[in-house]
Ligand binder design. Structure first.
Ligand code: ZN
Ligand code: ZN
Length: 265
């Protein structure tokens, strides 16, 4: 008998899903996800406001893990320090630091604070020996430069919702980072991204929904849920001319390897 197809959503925001009442519906949602083979989830923190919710979901469900960090576009009254990040990371099932990074698309003006926040996260990740979840938008060169300067290759991580170019992807892989594709990969106008996905080695690729944002085809423009990750994996399989089974198996294995999780079988 063939192994069942099993997917991991390497980046989602469970606390922001459109579910009501939340706890009951979340339980039902996981059943639905299981029925399409989506079995593992990384719930990603973006703010001090959702830190508790993210950690609670991971503490409740054995198949959910979480990250801690402050998104580059989040406004804070007081900046986070390495010490604060390390303290948050003591909570159960925190397996990564982020999402952190640079976003020159949504923030304007002098962005020294954003670069400094990114460096704090990298330093915390190195201190904790945990991988980084990196968000990068319109900041390809600076992202790679800061990762290099801070020696982030010691812990590695993932460039999530990848939207850079091929040199950026290759530089990140050289540093020991994975590249994660979101629903954007399924969009008709994402030709450049699809060309990149065609040539990158599967051993360094992950799939994610970044839900509730960026629903893949055929749900584009509607609310996004982590079980839609299979559409992204199927698209990737088509681009790489590999079987869906192979892409599911390898990306799930990559997920377990990167976040140093127990083998699931
Ligand atoms: Zn992001
Ligand atoms: Zn995100």
């Amino acid at each position: 008998m063939q192994d069942p197809i099993i997917w991991a959503d390497s980046h989602c925001h469970l606390d922001q899903l459109d579910l009501n009442p939340f706890d009951q519906q979340l339980e039902k949602f996981f059943e639905r996800a299981k029925s399409v083979g989506v079995r593992y989830f990384l719930d990603v923190c973006i703010d001090t406001d959702n830190l508790d919710a993210v950690c609670a979901a991971a503490a409740t469900y054995p198949f959910v893990w979480c990250s801690i960090g402050i998104h580059p576009n989040t406004e804070l009254s007081e900046e986070v320090t390495v010490d604060t990040l390390c303290e948050w990371a003591n909570r159960p099932k925190v397996v990564a630091i982020g999402e952190t990074g640079l976003d020159y698309y949504r923030s304007e003006g002098n962005l020294d604070w954003q670069r400094d926040r990114f460096r704090q996260h990298i330093r915390a990740a190195i201190q904790l020996q945990k991988p980084l979840i990196v968000h990068s938008r319109d900041a390809n060169e600076d992202t790679i430069q800061i990762l290099r300067e801070e020696k982030a290759g010691q812990v590695g991580g993932v460039l999530h919702c990848f939207a850079g170019d091929l040199p950026m992807a290759q530089a990140a892989i050289d540093l020991g980072f994975y590249i994660s594709f979101s629903g954007v990969l399924t969009f008709k106008n994402a030709r450049n991204l699809q060309d990149i996905a065609r040539v990158l080695p599967l051993e360094y690729l992950l799939v994610e929904t970044d839900s509730p944002y960026l629903a893949p085809m055929p749900h584009r423009g509607k609310p996004n849920y982590p079980d839609f990750v299979h559409y992204i994996g199927e698209k990737l399989a088509g681009l790489q001319e590999l079987s869906v089974e192979k892409v599911a198996q390898q990306t799930t294995e990559n997920f377990f390897k990167l976040f140093k999780l127990e083998r699931w079988r």
